[in-house]
Each structure stands twice: as C-alpha cells, then as structure tokens.
Design a protein around this ligand. Structure first.
Ligand code: GLA
Ligand code: ZN
Length: 657
C-alpha cells in the first residue's frame, strides 16, 4: 500500500507527522518528486537534492520505501526560456506554452540533453539509498503530435529507416492520389495543418513515429537508470484508455506497467464505471501479460479544471482497490495522501482534506491498508486466472480514429461491449495486443481487425485448428498494415478462416435494425450491417428488415478442433450475453451462474489454491450466489452459498482446485 506525496509542497515539520501517520495506517510506500525539477535543479547545473534526501530519510526512519519519479514532464522555466525548442509545436505551428505540464518535445535535443543530465544525477545519487526501490519515468506519457523542426527531421529519418527509399514510401502510401508523390526527402513533413483529408497511410505512420519518439525519450532515461541502479525497478504510470500511444511498445523495456486509475464516482455511472474499469485493468495486465502496479488511484472527489465529481460513496475507495488487486495489481498507490492547498490541483482531493482532519475516507483507507497488509503474504505471488482473450491494438484504434467508419461506431466501444458481456458472465479475459501469441486460449474475441496481415490470419487459424473458438466481427480484414485496402472480398485475409464473405455492406450508423437468431429470438442492431454470403459456414442470424431482410448477419463454422464465428453487425448487449453463454458452455470455460448487474468476480490462483474476489461495485445491496460454502479471507469464517453484499461490499473466498 502506498501514497503519492509531494514533500516540496509542505513544511518540513509536516513530513515527520505525515510519515508517522502513514506508518501507523499501514502505508509502506511513497512516490515522490515526479514534477519537482525546479526544486531539484533550481538553476542550470545547480542541483539541490538535499531536501529530497531529508524527506526520503524521514520516510526511511518509518520503514517506508520510496519510488522516485523522474521530473521530465515539467521542464522548469529557466530551461524553456533558454531553449525554446523544448516546447512542442502544434499543427499550425503554435508552441504549447509552459504553465501546465507535459510541455516537452520528445525529440528536442535540448530536452533530451537536460533530461539525461538530471536523471543521471538522480540515479547516481539514489542508487544506494536503502529506502529507494524503484523509478517511475516521467508522468503519463501521451503522443505530443509535435510539428517542430526536430520532429520533422526525425520523422524523415524514421521513414527512411522504415522504407529505405522515397519510391517505397510513394508505393506503400499510395501518394499518387491527389498528386502527393514525393520526389525529394525535404518534401515530407509532419501532417501540418492537422486536417483529416490527408492520406490515411501517412497519418497512421505519423502516429507510429510519435509512439517511437516517446519510447526513445523514455529509453534514454531507462538506460541511465539501468546503468546506475541495477537493483531498482523501472516503470511508467500510464494514463488509462483508449490511447493513441502504443503502450505495448512503451512498456517493452520496463519491469512492469503501472496504471493511474480513476473510476467515475457519479451515481449514473456507478455500474458502467465498474465495467469500463475492469476492461482498463485487464488491458493493463495484458500490456506485459503479467501483474502490474496502480501508481495513482482515487482518494476523494476529483475536480479542478472541470467541476468536481461526486465524492466517493462509502466503500467505493476500498472496493475499487480490491477490484485492482483482483485483476492483477500487486501494489496500490493512492493519489494522493493530502489535498493540495496550492497550485492547479487544489480540488483533486487526497485522502486527507484541507481541514487536515483525517475523516471518513481516511478511515476507509485505513481499513483497506489493514486488510491488504494482512492478506498480502497469502495473495502475494498469485496470478489472475483468465479464460478468454480479447484482442486489442493501438494501431486499430488509430486507424479508426483517422477514418471513423460510420456515425456512432467506435472501436473502443466495441471492446467495452464484448468485455462487459464477459464480465457480466463472470469470465475474466486477458485483453492483449493482437500481435501476441494466443496459444492456449479456448475463446478468442477479435473485435474489428480492420488492419490485418496474412500472419495474423494464419496465427488465428492455427489457434482455431488447435481448439479455440474465435469470434470475428464486422470491419475485419479491410486493410493491410499500411492502412491500404485489400482488394479481395471481406473479411480479406480472414475470409478463409471465417468461411464466409461479405457480399455488400450498409453503414447504417444510428439507424436501428434487427436480427433474428436460429432460436427465433430477435435483437436490435445498428452501426454496421455486413450482408454475408456463407461459403462453408452456417448462418446463425438473419436480418429482419430493410432491403437485406432474410440475408445472413452472422455465421459459424467448424475448423479443425475449433470454431469460428463471424458477426456482421453490432447488436444489443443481450445478443452477446446469449452467444457467449453458449460459446463458454461449449468451450468448457468456467463461470458463475447469473451475476447481478454491477457485481464482478475475478480469481487469482496460487498453486492449487484459488482466491475468488466478489465485488459489489454498485450503490445497492446485492445478493450473489457462489455455488457453495467457502472460507472468507476477510471475515475469517465460512460464507456462502449466498453472499449478502453491502453497497460496495467485497468478499474474498478461498477454494481448492
Ligand atoms: C494524473 C496525474 C497526476 C494528477 C492526477 C489528478 O493521473 O498523473 O499528477 O494530476 O491525474 O489530476
Ligand atoms: Zn517536436
């Protein structure tokens, strides 16, 4: 259990009191310094770490470990002033001014130089400090979409590395359209003007270049930290989803991924927030396919540059913390210990309010610390048991962002839709990069593989032949990885595997249509209607209306030991609940019968022991049947077969396999 703490914001006398109260509460970890550049290097080359030494010593005396954030998200004024090339430049060539944060171009030579210098100083200074255990690089990286001179130069270099020649670029992007062919390298710029009319292949490559710029900028720091602090871990706190920056690449050389997790506190969002949160956590676990950290999470009402949200309902802070652990978090760092009386985030509340009187939320946090600390040995080393894979890709997200397919259709919403249906059925899925090895999964859901190459199609085919059930959906196999359309019947390279092709499609957008399944049930659908022509597959749903009434909307086929579904439209949720229920029954995937809306379960396993977490992420009392009597880790007694969960109530039961 940890907290985010900013010693530079408080009087020193407070550090002692805070560290003392942290220890009493059960906090064993703090993250410090990630925005403190102007205090760590008040003037060029004039480093002053003495205050941070003192603060870290205060924590050390209380047995609290420290994660240091490198301060590169906030270049100080002297640096910006002296080297304005530090500032990112937007598509109409306006600089992003300092005063907030994130005002740093990843390709700026001055930024890189001064970042390396301060990180090296910090790394050398703290490499042997007994309290320091690891590093967070920068803060919540995202793509800058920078158009400065350095970025332009680097973009051309990146393209020349990738394609080798201008001819190859012209060919890959199809620049012949609208006379966009390049005849010399200096004609290539970043997408100035920022319009959506530009060549989609070029725009997608620019996004990839931007990811690589962040990765390189981070790697400069990682290299230094590895050199001087081989015993320490290195991580980065990612900012949620959906995201253009490719987190898979970003985290490749890190020890583990960390997530900043802020569930929505509003009553109307109470249920949906739990489901989208579950997706975010499963995505984060999928980044490195291993446990992760929560580096920031909710402690009070968020607000500041927007009007405040509701305060976390009693139990919410604790329940969401257990949700994180249940889905793979191995550490929880709450943002933040105290609410700031100064600066831009005065009303992004911490565990302790401005009143300086620890209140209701603090008490809940204290109980949480007590529980987590008591169970950490038992749960430590356990891993999340997942039974299905959902495929995700930042490339797909970006490609759909560049060319929205139809009104109301959003790639990330599809992930939410399918993942929510699984979660409601009590199935935990790994949400992983579509390029991952998927061997071993019995159920693979592949939402809209818009960009597909032959190797992805081949890999999926192998998984199916070995026994997986694969679910493909509309807008798959449309383009190659260069964002150029395949000229073959949809779903392009996936047509053979699907055993069906798309004769015609209607981007119906927000118009509501209907499908009828074999069982005679009807469901509404919208966004997209692929009119299918089965070639070996069997039809399982037909359109009910419009000129394509009676035509196939969804198919299934057997292939080797597995099955492939192709869903040509986006249906209402109950369609997926019904379909997935059938698929998991056939695939032999475990699940709990009937979870109430907003109640989630997840299982972590260790050896032959299973720990099942049951979380009521709603404002209502809920009754859940867990199918037997088990011993409760929290209550230290036998519970079940029915659980009576308070609003935001949590239960953890132990089962033997
Ligand atoms: C992000 C940042 C924090 C803080 C919080 C709350 O997650 O990493 O520094 O700004 O949001 O706004
Ligand atoms: Zn730049």
């Amino acid at each position: 259990m940890g907290v985010d703490y900013y010693p530079e914001h408080w009087e020193r006398t407070m550090w002692e009191q805070d560290a003392n109260l942290m220890r009493e509460t059960g906090v064993s970890l703090v993250r410090v310094a990630e925005f403190a550049w102007s205090r760590l290097e008040p003037e060029e080359g004039g480093y002053d770490f003495s205050w941070l030494d003192d603060a870290i010593d205060v924590f050390d005396r209380q047995g609290i470990k420290v994660v240091i954030g490198t301060p590169t998200c906030t270049p100080p004024n002297w640096l910006v002033n002296r080297f304005p090339d530090v500032l990112p430049v937007d598509a109409v060539l306006h600089p992003r001014y300092p005063g907030i944060r994130g005002h740093r171009c990843y390709n700026s030579p001055s930024m890189r130089l001064y970042a390396e210098r301060i990180v090296e100083k910090l790394a050398r200074h703290y490499s042997n400090h007994p309290a320091v255990i690891g590093w967070q690089v920068d803060n919540e990286f995202s793509l800058n979409e920078c158009h400065c001179e350095s970025c332009n130069k680097q973009f051309r270099r990146w393209l020349s590395n990738k394609y080798g020649s201008l001819d190859a670029i012209n060919e890959a992007w199809g620049t012949v359209v609208w006379s966009g062919e390049y005849s010399s390298w200096d004609q290539i710029t970043t997408p100035l003007g920022g319009t959506a009319y530009k060549n989609p292949s070029y725009l997608l490559d620019y996004k990839r270049f931007e990811t690589d710029s962040v990765v390189e900028f981070q790697q400069l720091q990682v290299n230094i930290l590895r050199r001087y602090c081989p015993e320490h871990f290195v991580t980065h706190n990612i900012w949620s989803y959906p995201m253009s920056l490719d987190y898979y690449k970003l985290c490749e050389t890190l020890d583990f991924a960390s997530l900043d997790y802020y569930p929505n506190t509003s009553p109307e969002k109470a249920v949906s927030s739990g489901y989208s949160g579950a997706l975010t956590l499963d995505l984060t676990r999928g980044i490195k396919r291993s446990p992760f950290w929560i580096m920031e999470t909710i402690s009070g009402p968020p607000g500041c540059w927007f009007p405040m949200w509701r305060t976390p309902h009693p139990g919410l802070i604790r329940a969401y913390a257990w949700q994180c652990i249940s889905r793979g978090a191995d550490a929880l760092v709450h943002f933040r210990w105290r609410s700031a009386p100064i600066g831009a985030e005065q009303f992004w509340h911490g565990l302790i309010d401005h009143s300086n009187v620890p209140g209701r939320r603090f008490e809940e946090y204290r109980v949480l610390c007590e529980e987590v600390n008591r169970l950490s040995e038992v749960l430590g080393g356990s891993v999340v048991l997942s039974e299905a894979a959902v495929l995700h890709s930042h490339d797909l997200y970006n490609a759909f962002g560049i060319q929205p397919q139809v009104e109301g259709m959003h790639y990330f919403d599809h992930l939410k839709l399918y993942h929510r249906a699984l979660t409601k059925l009590g199935i935990v899925a790994d949400v992983v990069n579509m390029t991952e090895d998927l061997g071993g999964y019995r159920m693979i859901i592949a939402p809209s593989l818009f960009l597909t190459d032959q190797s992805l199609a081949d890999h999926l085919e192998t998984c199916v032949k070995n026994g997986a059930t694969l679910i493909l959906t509309a807008r798959s196999g449309v383009k190659n990885m260069n964002n150029v359309c395949w000229m073959s019947p949809l779903p392009g390279p996936l047509a053979d595997v699907a055993g069906t092709t798309v004769a015609e499609y209607d981007p119906v957008g927000n118009d509501i249509h209907a499908i009828r399944t074999k069982s005679g049930k009807t469901y509404s659908c919208s966004q997209w209607c692929d009119i299918l022509e089965p070639a070996g597959a069997e039809t399982i749903a037909w359109y009910e209306d419009d000129f394509f009434a009676g035509k196939a909307a969804a198919t299934v086929r057997e292939l080797g030991k597995g099955k492939v579904y192709y869903l040509g439209t986006i249906a209402e949720e109950s369609f997926y609940l019904d379909l997935f229920r059938e698929v998991v029954r056939e695939a032999g995937v475990n699940r709990l019968p009937g979870l109430p809306e907003g109640v989630q379960i997840s299982v972590r396993s260790k050896g032959t022991t299973l720990y099942m977490f049951i979380m009521n992420l709603t404002r209502k009392r809920q009754i859940v049947s867990i199918g037997g009597e088990f011993s409760s880790l929290l209550l230290r007694k036998t519970v079940g077969p029915e659980l009576d969960l308070d609003p935001y109530g949590v239960e953890i039961v132990k089962m033997e396999q």
